[in-house]
Design a protein around this ligand. Sequence first.
Ligand code: ACO
Length: 326
Amino acid sequence: GAGVAITGSGSSVPERYLDNEALSRVVDTSDEWIASRTGIRQRRLADAAGSLRAIATQAAQNALDMAGVAASEIDLIVLATSTPDDLFGSASQIQHDLGATQATAFDLTAACSGFVFGLVTAAQFIQNGVYRKALIIGADVLSRWVDWSDRRTCVLFGDGAGAVVMEASERDRLLGFELRSDGTLNHCLNLAYQGQDRELVDGVAIAQGTFQPITMNGQEVYRFAVKRVPEVIEKALFRAELTVDQIDWLVMHQANQRILDAVAERLGIPSEKVISNMASYGNTSAASIPLALDEAVRRGDIKPDDIIATAGFGAGLTWGAAVFRW
Ligand code: ACO
């Protein structure tokens, strides 16, 4: 089969931001509490219907521009999101907005692991020789689904989008990956539909309602991430026939600075190799990895041929790592 290479990245966030000080006027919290427990200082917030589509399209266009690929050349669009503008899928909306007329487009839901799951999914199609050029987008607007009166969750999340272009390449630059799920821990983190039973006709009930705001057991998620994320990074490295010291950059899901620090410490990765933009954006779910990656590329930190380890973790619970050469 063919190899794959990432040839461009892009990102986009809403203009409006809310810092911790302003947030402390919404719920009983403080900059000190949030920053010391999470590393977060501010987050971007989208305020309009259709905003998922808008930021995801912009991130994708920026990635296409970097790759020098026209939208019309794209064969596949995978949109990793838990917060589509349309539950039937937002990938087709983005396909339309980009003018990617030849692309097959679908949504993929794996919460904060969505980008890594999407990256690996798209790679299979290209490695099989079915497609040659793919867009993988991670985008979420969790602000829509957070309970803004619950200080244990609302301080953590922000909105954003990131994307990469992946193309067939003679030399395979996706070196190893490992994806995992554990539904026994599903109760730790949910954005669950809840319907009220209503009898439609005799003996036939339907349940209509809406999604309940995010619920989370923070400490369980914390323990899970710190234990499980190093395992999948090690597994992906093993498959890549690489050792930890060969990693140039660790681009993890940006959920909490303490999780980044603990995972890096367990693996023995020095902090200067760990990319963090949590202070500016909070936890942007499926967007956080491509957003952090794109910023590091545009800063000039990530250079051609650097070895990058990405790792996502989140609701499901799901987690996964992918190691690739830039
Ligand atoms: N401001 C002020 N006080 C707060 C806040 C807040 N925003 N939130 C909670 N507190 C209080 C609590 O009420 C509690 O007070 P009490 O002891 O009087 O009841 C106290 O602070 C400690 O609360 P804990 O929940 O024990 O705080 P903890 O140190 O565990 O930190 C946190 C909470 C930051 C959520 C941590 O558990 C964590 O980071 N977990 C991982 C969560 C995560 O990363 N989730 C997302 C990953 S998956 C995904 O991305 C979707």
